[in-house]
Design a protein around this ligand. Sequence first.
Ligand SMILES: Cc1cc2nc3c(=O)[nH]c(=O)nc-3n(C[C@H](O)[C@H](O)[C@H](O)COP(=O)(O)OP(=O)(O)OC[C@H]3O[C@@H](n4cnc5c(N)ncnc54)[C@H](O)[C@@H]3O)c2cc1C
Length: 505
Amino acid sequence: MPTTNKPLDVIVIGGGVNGVGIALDAAGRGLNVLLCESHDLASATSSSSSKLIHGGLRYLEQYEFCLVKKALAERELLLNNAPHIMWPLRFRLPHQPHLRPSWMLRIGLFLYDNLAKRQRLAGSNSINFSANSPLVSELTQGFEYSDGWVDDARLVVLCAMAAKQQGADIKPRTRCIKARRQQDLWQVTLQDTQTGAISHYQTRVLVNAAGPWASSIFNDVIAMPAPKALRLVKGSHIVVPRLHDEPHAYILQNSDQRIVFVIPYEGEFSLIGTTDIDYVGDPALVAIDEQEQTYLCQVANEHFKKKISAHDIVWSYSGVRPLIEEHASAQPQQESSQQAQHVTRDYTFHLDTKDGAPLLSVFGGKLTTYRLLAEAGVNAISPFFSHIKHPWTQTAILPGGHFRDHQHLQSELCQDYPWLPQHMVARFVRSYGTLCHHFLYGAHQLTDLGIDFGGGLYQKEVDYLVQAEWAYHSEDILWRRSKLGLVLNDEQQQQLQHYLTQRRS
Ligand SMILES: Cc1cc2nc3c(=O)[nH]c(=O)nc-3n(C[C@H](O)[C@H](O)[C@H](O)COP(=O)(O)OP(=O)(O)OC[C@H]3O[C@@H](n4cnc5c(N)ncnc54)[C@H](O)[C@@H]3O)c2cc1C
């Protein structure tokens, strides 16, 4: 039963984007940080998003100007700090007069262009869709505007790596099972979810960044009443063979006033989502249902020439948005008349210091605002540390992101490793940036990369992911460190799992 005697400064519960963001910010400000995550990093909401770095055009309708402004300002900053896993994405918005009127869309887009300073992202404009457009012939006019794309799960892993570089102890597959205040310290019990081993720590500050579990942590781990209710809202996405060959994403306005994105995905596919359905139950068990599949196919079919049905779905995923229930007591899942899509996407903190050692709880949030949230969270606990440094993450480049642009890095890799197939070079640039040298360096031909698992995945990359990026199970590699699960067949996936199991023994 190992116990560390020297108290830590901060223990963060939760290895989603908000938890790793806080761990990174705090470690870089000189605090002694440990982060625990029950499963793999990004195994919950932070790998189940629409993967957009965006202000959220539709939130303007809900008068969420502050949220949209801060998210818009953050877009360009994030694009600079992680150029490998994030890039600008142009959106097309077909206009249908019976839905939102065009004057409203123009005002919305004007605000979207101007609420925050833009340097890299182009502004909006109107467009006409020609007969060659992938859209049905009734859709002839619309608008274009810019937002950003992010590989959400890799963002989490890269933040965790950066936090480790700053000295944080990152512990995936480690559940926080108990935390109790004893005067100025928290006594925290962690359990290794693979071996069952228990360890005990002391910390000055406890951070609850458990996403959809942020409320239940109070009952199950801390034994205190939750200060805020979370409304759990399920959002699902489907992946189908690509609906069009253009680089643009489409934002579709459905007749129920909901928005559905159709986004180019992993070269061969389109990502279509999302739904917004109240969810009751264990967030870990969330899954798409038949109704959602039908809904997403139907919205796509109403807009695109190429028709799809549930049979075309090659993959789907669902996540639970932990949204702050306004005007509600701390009774999760209670009945609410507010439509799920209208509940705020902004975050709030709850800092509890009244009985001794501080507890900071994070409620809500968006991928796009994770860095701001982390900075604000660490600012909130900074009065408890005399030695804490100033905020620093605004211009901090995430691991692998020190390069000029995708094209430049791609040419460099082609020069350094001329034997690498183009599809692998392209994937390495957008997943690893310069980190790929860690597993490519010293190789002179493909066979130097070891076992071929298929789809361009070789042993050297797998070994790197295990050693440097905390990969453990095949799904950590196939669905979070990459999306090669879309490419490898069952036999290849089993071979990878077999290799990982053997490697550990
Ligand atoms: C469908 C959908 C689409 C979205 N699209 C976008 C988008 O396009 N752009 C955008 O900006 N935002 C988007 N979001 C929002 C964004 O994904 C979330 O705000 C964000 O991922 C929440 O991160 P988190 O760290 O709070 O939670 P999570 O990622 O869920 O992380 C919480 C972690 O805590 C862990 N945990 C729980 N209990 C314990 C315990 N006892 N011990 C240890 N670990 C524990 C869990 O295993 C989990 O991994 C979307 C969300 C959804 C659901």
